[in-house]
Ligand binder design. Structure first.
Ligand code: FES
Length: 124
């Protein structure tokens, strides 16, 4: 019985609900404003999510000041990434993928890079 994959325990049901609420909460982030009001706020080594109409842009500058713009949608299952200022990378809190400032995958489960996007209307 203990190894039956279809067994239901009270703690298992609570964990299932908690994990799914976490995913719903993360996906609700698409309805919220971004961290940044404009790209002009970004100093070298900083990053954040900028809302541009219906899309969200993961924007960051490397230490040399080069600007990188990618979709803030994780290519694994679609959660929103967040800037990790300590490690200078993008983190996805849903399943732990990490992306370099230019959007390249550093750690999975995501296998595809963040999708590059054009600058928002109004420029950089
Ligand atoms: S949705 Fe980003 S790692 Fe799964």
């Amino acid at each position: 019985e203990v190894y039956d994959p279809s067994r239901n325990t009270p703690s298992g049901v609570i964990n299932y609900v908690r994990e799914n609420l976490s995913a719903v909460k993360n996906l609700a982030g698409y309805l919220l404003p971004g961290d940044l009001k404009s790209l002009a706020e970004l100093a070298p080594g900083q990053g954040g999510v900028l809302r541009d109409g219906l899309r969200k842009i993961a924007a960051c500058r490397d230490m040399a000041g080069k600007l990188y713009l990618n979709s803030a949608v994780c290519t694994h299952s679609g959660c929103e990434v967040a800037w990790n200022s300590t490690e200078q990378c993008w983190d996805c809190c849903c399943h732990g993928s990490h992306f370099a400032p230019d959007g390249i995958v550093l750690n999975g489960p995501a296998v595809g890079r963040l999708n590059p996007v054009d600058a928002p209307a109004g420029g950089t």
